[in-house]
Design a protein around this ligand. Sequence first.
Ligand SMILES: *Cc1c(COP(=O)(O)O)cnc(C)c1O
Length: 382
Amino acid sequence: MPKIIPYGHQSIDKSDIQAVVQVLKSDRITQGPIIDKFENALAKFVGAKYAVCVSSGTAALHAACIASGIESGDEVIVPTLSFVATANCVLYCGAKPVLVDVYVDTLTINAEEVAKKITKKTKAIIAVDFAGHPADWDKLRKLAQKHDLILIDDAAHALGSVYKEKSIGSIAGLTAFSFHPVKTITTGEGGAIATNSEALYGRLKKFRHHGIEKDKKNDKKYGSWYYEINNLGYNYRITDLQAALGLSQLKKIKKNIKVRRFLWNRYKEKLNNLKAIDLPIEKDNAISAWHIYPIRLNNKAKKSRREVFDFLRKANIGVQVHYIPIHFHSLYKKLFGYAKGDFPVAEKYYESALSLPLYVSLSKQDQDYVIRKLKESLYEEN
Ligand SMILES: *Cc1c(COP(=O)(O)O)cnc(C)c1O
């Protein structure tokens, strides 16, 4: 039996380590020059004018909501099938996350369901590019234009994904990325927001640094120590150590996405003939960076998801379930009265899904082991 094969894993090489060590030996390990470099490279890569790096993907979502002016009394439409941070960031602002169901094929937010939930209080829509697959941005953009809403992309899964020849990061008003170790590139913890708006960029920079506003014009008048706080901010800064790792990782992202897509296709080839499971799909208009590989057991499966999951975990395969729908969490039930049955597509997916290992250093041999054990767990022969 191989040692544990996780569902996701960072890929760090010598050049990454060297980049971090170099910063460790330098004068500034945070608030130094590497953050700007990383931000510029990131903005260029995603096709946005600006990128602001912060301490996590969750902080990036929080910052995106605050920069959008989301506050108490506002409603923000969010898919129930996501990591809970997608909705928590709305709660951080004192606003109300309004959950909706997802499309059965791409598992991204259902735009027709979004349309039904828009009220006078709606301020923004947060869509998730689930598993890396882009949401239906054309439909979302039309809705946003019609009702004057802000579009926020939770692209924690989708750095490097493409929708209709446009990079994720260049489509929504604000796009949040995560650099957690299981994501496409890592900085340990970390995240970023991409935007084309200079005004939003200014707000994001202040928000991550206590709300500090430094206007050089005031130096002469009040002294060069002078700054102002006009809006509440946090310490959501990223460090130069992290930025150096991120910058080094970003240099390899294209190659690494190729590997992810190769492994994704390899699963597809080798699992396509299994009648008991449905595989993730990629639409013709999309190129996904494939953060995870979620399969679904269908009604031909003779085993339960729990049985398959436990069997694979026992075989040292770190399968995972992405995600418990947000409306199932007692916090959200308590606050908003959500109940089982509210979002049937997300619920059915949740009951039947599990994510297989997918990461750059997953060897073909280990992938074959995963495939073999999955077949065993389903009692199906090749
Ligand atoms: C990982 C993730 C986040 C949060 O990112 P962190 O960097 O862990 O804070 C938010 N949304 C989704 C969909 C994620 O997968």
